[in-house]
Design a protein around this ligand. Structure first.
Ligand code: PAF
Length: 284
């Protein structure tokens, strides 16, 4: 696997590949790779001849008091894992490469999708994500970019940004990779101690409980969402939100909407867990 750190080096390698008629897939990451990330790499490999993985712990998507400093940085393990999945190129820029004129010189914002759900308790987070992803897309100019569905709101924001700014890239979402007990894989799961790790799958159970109720025909969303929040509290998690939204634009559902997503976030010790489960009521 090649490794580059500057925009010029990245473009040189990618121009050669593009010149040879090869398609390019980009997998943006913040490192500390787990099986979920590696499945993004596998999907990228299915979509293009060349797979580029970026690794950059993006400071602008962390709020004051969040875990920017302590975010796990495991570059050597990440390199080995990516080698094992036959990634072609690792792009590891430093902050000056991504923010040459400072962190707030240019900001990309998708306010319609960014202000609610996780955005309500993490103000500015999705502006940081949209900004860094647009920079990475402009730098790599890939044919396809691959993201996990676990960060569902993020994925919707990136899709909207790419559509609205006419960016010539296909955005591919990959289903959430789960531990055997249902917990969505996440780099932040390593903040959980043993006891918290046992409790953490309660979030997925709560969301699937809501989905089951919907499939059973219940539409009293206020009640079933409040039941889900109570389940989380009983398990020792501190619910941030549990919501039902339309799966394409994250708007609150009307009675005719069938393609929905149940999203949730909860605090557990030092970790903030997020998860989501989609449901299509047409088949119910
Ligand atoms: O999902 C992530 O790991 C990050 O938000 C991303 C997309 C790499 C942007 O920093």
């Amino acid at each position: 696997m090649l490794e580059v750190a500057t925009a010029a080096q990245l473009r040189e390698v990618l121009n050669d590949w593009r010149g040879a008629g090869e398609r390019i897939a980009l997998v943006p990451t913040m490192g500390n790779l787990h099986e979920g990330h590696l499945q993004l790499v596998d999907r990228a490999r299915e979509r293009a001849e060349r797979v580029v993985v970026s690794l950059f712990v993006n400071p602008t998507q962390f709020g004051p008091g969040e875990d920017l400093e302590s975010y796990p940085r495991t570059l050597n393990d990440d390199r080995a894992a990516l080698d094992g999945r036959q990634a072609d190129l690792l792009f590891v820029p430093d902050e000056m490469v991504i923010y040459p004129h400072g962190r707030s010189a240019c900001v990309v914002s998708v306010p319609a999708l960014s202000d609610g759900l996780c955005g309500a308790s993490r103000p500015g987070h999705f502006d940081g994500v949209a900004t860094v992803v647009s920079k990475l897309l402009n730098l790599a100019d890939p044919d396809v970019a691959v993201f996990g569905e676990k960060d569902y709101q993020q994925l919707m924001i990136i899709r909207r940004m790419v559509a609205d700014l006419f960016m010539p890239v296909a955005i591919e979402g990959v289903p959430t990779c789960r531990e055997a007990d249902g917990l969505a894989m996440s780099s932040r799961n390593r903040y959980l101690n043993d006891d918290e790790r046992q409790r953490a799958p309660a979030l997925y159970r709560a969301l699937t409980g809501v989905v089951r109720a919907m499939i059973d025909g219940r539409r009293d969303y206020e009640v079933i969402l409040s039941e889900a929040r109570n389940c989380l509290s009983e398990e020792g998690l501190e619910p941030d939100y549990v919501e039902v939204r339309r799966d394409d634009d994250l708007a609150p559902p009307g009675p005719a909407d069938r393609h929905l997503v149940v999203l949730g976030a909860a605090r557990l010790g030092k970790a903030r867990l997020i998860d989501n489960v989609r449901v299509s009521l047409e088949t119910a």
